[in-house]
Design a protein around this ligand. Sequence first.
Ligand code: NAD
Length: 337
Amino acid sequence: SSDSTPIRATLFPGDGIGPEIAESVKQVFREAEVPIEWEEHYVGDQIDPRTQSFLTWESLESVRKNRVGLKGPMATPIGKGHRSLNLTLRKELNLYANVRPCYSLPGYKTRYDDVNLITIRENTEGEYSGLEHQVVRGVVESLKIITRQASLRVAEYAFHYAKTHGRERVSAIHKANIMQKTDGLFLKCCREVAEKYPDIKYEEVVIDNCCMMLVKNPALFDVLVMPNLYGDIISDLCAGLIGGLGLTPSCNIGEGGIALAEAVHGSAPDIAGKNLANPTALLLSSLTMLRHLELHDKADRIQNAILSTMSQGKFRTADLGGASSTSDYTMAICDHL
Ligand code: NAD
């Protein structure tokens, strides 16, 4: 990754406000001279039989080939005979971990101004395996699947992340006192991996206690790793700590080192096409992609420009109580670069 040869990355602008906020990212990257060449793919209006979804085989191939990408929100069209877009991406690219950095943004006041943590969610199994059935009338059953393979893989990713990002501690979040077999196996795998990383502190925190600690004092945590359902809930709790949907980035990690960054929010049809959307979440997501590529200088530069624009407070989109358009706010960030 040098300045001479551009790195190719896949871009799914997505639906609704997606194209507007993707334009912001492209503009900021141009201005900061990020050596990325975008390969743009739109969701089709017909089902591709090879993927059984509105995502074409070619667009999936693009991510597999480039190994990095950025995804705007996608609205799955209603109708039968196709797979949801996000599910297709997760399955086809084997996106096994969802990483959400969560840090306080200066200038946007929330209850805490010292949040700086990372949640890492196992993304392929647990209660989300889709195995539910009726046993007899009035009794249903849902199977929670935990495998050694998926648990080791996400634990390994969490410790590797901690090590390469200068983090000190990994907390495994669980309920193994009740879910002895499933969460017990998850913890066993985390412990095994922890032994390979003696420099990183390792602790185990029961999920209910974790929730209490997070709302009382989020600064207690550093990197958190957890099974699917807990990750779904805790990562939204953490998003709430720093100001919500317009601000929270995420990145999906897939087999073979794929990184597909995405904003957590949806396509916001109520404000689409009006130049009102807040591009911060997608911009911060794009930085997780740059950091995955070890382009830390560029990521730092853009992050600082976003933070100074935010803390200056002159340009803000409507969701944060301001009156700026998407494009004016984007220009302000470019001016801070
Ligand atoms: P949403 O996140 O699109 O919108 C919720 C509210 O937040 C709306 O009022 C919206 O205007 C606002 N909002 C969201 N992002 C914003 C931004 N960047 N700037 C300013 N305001 C913002 O959630 P929804 O309305 O439940 O879903 C709309 C569509 O998005 C649905 O089709 C849903 O399936 C899809 N969706 C996709 C993803 C994804 O691709 N990862 C995630 C969630 C929802």
